[in-house]
Write a protein that binds this ligand. Structure first.
Ligand code: NAD
Ligand code: LMR
Ligand code: MG
Length: 608
């Protein structure tokens, strides 16, 4: 089954390389009805075209005289923005990275707040350069400074003070239809901890990726911050902090607020997909279990990450020249037993069970801040219990509960070392050097924690200490590494951005009322089989971010097919479940692609 998908995907890949990201879905859209006139339109980033309004439209919409007389074309506006961006890059050369990154974020954010069509076009066309600004890693810095950077509202804020009001508040959102919601409570922002209301930049950045990668119409996305307070003393002490200045709600009080918000969202937009993002461990699994059987939602840190990591783990098996069934024999050390680490192990165990039956005993090792987790450990979370190693098993390796990372790597000689700990540099020189004795001819190192400073190691250190023959992936982007003699160490961005847009889009277009394990597995398998054997041999486990729209269309189609196979698909718009069931794989990809929004100026028509 895997082999077949690999071969087929190689064909798709070749086709995709001919289709540029800019050309997808670029047909001229029909007119757009608006209920505003005059300067109200100029202040609405959904409709504003700045100097691009043609004269006829200026007349029709009461804009004549409100803009300079010359009409500037979309292409000229685009060039003008890119010119200012390049000169900002030039002018900030040599300044500290944080200063440059924030300056770039600001110029993009200003465009976002002014003219969304132009913003998304520059984002889509320059995704490789701009994703690290509007998304990871710069978004982390933005969250840390959000109270100071905040200028204009975007998305919705619900707080503990809104209890009892949410059902009516939800109607304050101006769009009738919402397809995609990303919700956070700001309690575990990347590896940066509790950033309270300032975590809002994460849902905004994730939804920017939804627009860029999945072609969700920006008028149908909704970032939401649920502010239940913060336990971050620095924020509580900051008089300019823009969130609630109170400790986080806990227990029943907390869950009742989340329940109320979920009910309100579901009542107004029953078909919208809700992505939970950056919830702290103690609520991430609990909320997932609480809502996943009732509404179309998923937790990106648990489930999106798991799918991306599994695709990378299967890629490393292929990179060793082994059949995929050998995945069951891989020795994998996972560092970090939180939402992401446990999500990955959960999915990896499921994959082993499919390949070798439920009796199979994979050689996966799990560590948290207190070292190796065995069945002897008391007080571990119930979600981690299935992954605790039997004491006898680790004793035979000379290990025990709490063994440190270096000792584990030295004794296990793992094929894969995967970090989701949030702790920068835990893959230190000694640990990386120990990976030279791995039992794999091509050891894999995944330093998946974000943002850059929280990565378990840098790409450069990984190749320097663990050797040129490793495959490397990181959650935040690093440059490829020059290994000398014309050789390059390829850096993969092992980030859930390769899956969440396709999971969301596929779920939406299937009309499924829940997101099943089968749909998530299909997404991961699709990503795993996307790369050709030649690419894998070169250490390329994931596609370039330039092809993210194409990979998202493929993932979306795989999710729809799985929903159809499980009889969960209820259809979307005019395409019912029967039509979906009769579509070939190619037709489903075409259906997904044709539903992707692409930024061009639509003619605006005023209606009272
Ligand atoms: N690349 C991606 O797509 C992706 C996706 C999700 C999360 N992440 C990153 O993963 C990190 C963890 O996220 P999470 O939601 O699982 O957090 P979490 O708080 O739920 O879990 C963190 C885990 O790391 C463990 N830990 C802490 N210090 C450690 C140490 N020194 N050695 C070993 N383990 C240690 C903790 O005990 C805990 O089990 C974050 O930095 C996040 O940005 C990356
Ligand atoms: O946001 C990211 O870049 C990935 C992931 O969701 C994370 O929390 O680190
Ligand atoms: Mg996240």
């Amino acid at each position: 089954m895997w082999r077949r998908t690999v071969a087929r995907s190689a064909v798709n890949l070749r086709q995709s390389r001919r289709m540029s990201i800019a050309s997808s879905g670029s047909s001229i859209p029909g007119p757009c009805i608006i209920h505003k006139r005059g300067s109200d339109i100029l202040h609405d980033p959904w409709f504003n075209k700045d100097t691009g309004f043609p004269m006829t439209e200026r007349d029709r919409l009461g804009l004549r005289g409100l803009l300079p007389p010359r009409v500037i074309s979309f292409d000229q506006q685009y060039d003008r923005f890119m010119e200012s961006f390049r000169s900002l890059e030039h002018n900030t050369e040599g300044q500290p990275l944080s200063v440059v990154s924030l300056a770039k974020w600001r110029i993009l954010n200003r465009l976002h707040d002014r003219n969304e069509t132009l913003y998304y076009r520059v984002l889509i066309d320059n995704i490789k350069d701009f994703a690290p600004i509007i998304y990871t890693p710069t978004v982390g810095l933005v969250c840390q400074n959000y109270s100071g950077l905040y200028r204009r509202p975007r998305g919705m804020y619900f707080s503990a003070k809104d209890k009892g009001e949410m059902m009516s508040m939800i109607y304050n959102w101006p769009a009738k239809q919402v397809d995609m919601i990303v919700l956070t409570d700001g309690s575990r922002i990347l590896g940066l901890g509790d950033l309270g209301v300032q975590g809002m930049a994460i849902p905004i950045g994730k939804l920017d990726m939804y627009v860029a990668a999945a072609g969700i119409n920006p008028q149908k996305v909704l970032p939401i911050m649920l502010d239940v307070g913060t336990n971050n003393q620095k924020l509580l002490d900051n008089p300019l902090y823009i969130g609630l200045r109170q400790p986080r709600l806990e227990g029943e009080e907390y869950i009742s607020v989340v329940d109320e918000l979920m009910e309100a969202l579901h009542a107004r937009w029953p078909k919208a997909i809700v992505q939970f993002e950056d919830f702290q461990f103690k609520w991430a699994f609990e909320t997932l279990e609480r809502y996943r059987k009732k509404i179309c939602m998923f937790n990106d840190d648990i489930q999106g990450t798991a799918g991306v990591a599994l695709a990378g783990l299967l890629g490393t098996v292929r990179a060793q020249g082994l059949p995929l069934s050998d995945f069951t024999k891989q020795k994998i050390v996972v560092v970090g037993a939180g939402s992401a680490g446990l999500g990955v192990l959960n999915m990896a165990y499921q994959a082993v069970a499919r390949m070798a039956g439920t009796e199979a005993k994979p050689q996966f090792f799990l560590l948290d801040k207190d070292g190796l987790i065995t069945s002897e450990r008391s007080g571990i979370d119930s979600a981690a219990v299935p992954f605790a190693k039997a004491v006898g098993e680790v004793e035979s390796l000379g290990l025990h509960d709490g063994s440190g990372l270096l000792e584990v790597v030295e004794k296990v000689k793992p094929h894969v070392l995967l970090g989701l700990s949030g702790v920068g540099g835990v893959f230190n020189e000694h640990v990386l050097k120990a990976m030279r004795n791995s039992d794999s001819p091509k050891p894999a190192i995944f330093a998946m924690s974000n943002p850059t400073l929280n990565a378990e190691c840098t790409a450069e250190d990984a190749f320097k200490h663990a050797g040129d023959n490793i495959v490397f992936g990181s959650g935040s982007p690093f440059d490829n590494v020059d290994l000398g003699n014309g050789k390059v160490g390829h850096v993969n961005q092992a980030n859930n951005m390769y899956l969440f847009p396709g999971i969301g889009l596929g779920s939406l277009l299937s009309g499924a009322h829940i997101i099943s394990d089968g749909m998530l597995q299909a997404a991961s398998e699709c990503l795993a089989s996307y790369m050709t054997d030649e690419e894998i041999q070169m250490g390329r486990l994931y596609p370039s971010i330039d092809s993210i729209r194409h990979i998202t269309a493929e993932v979306g189609a795989a999710v729809i097919q799985a929903a159809v196979a499980e009889e969960l698909a209820e259809g979307h718009g005019e395409v019912g479940p029967r039509e979906l069931a009769h579509m070939s794989k190619e037709e489903i990809v075409e259906y997904v692609t044709s539903n992707m929004w692409y930024p061009v100026y639509s003619p605006l028509v005023h209606e009272k």
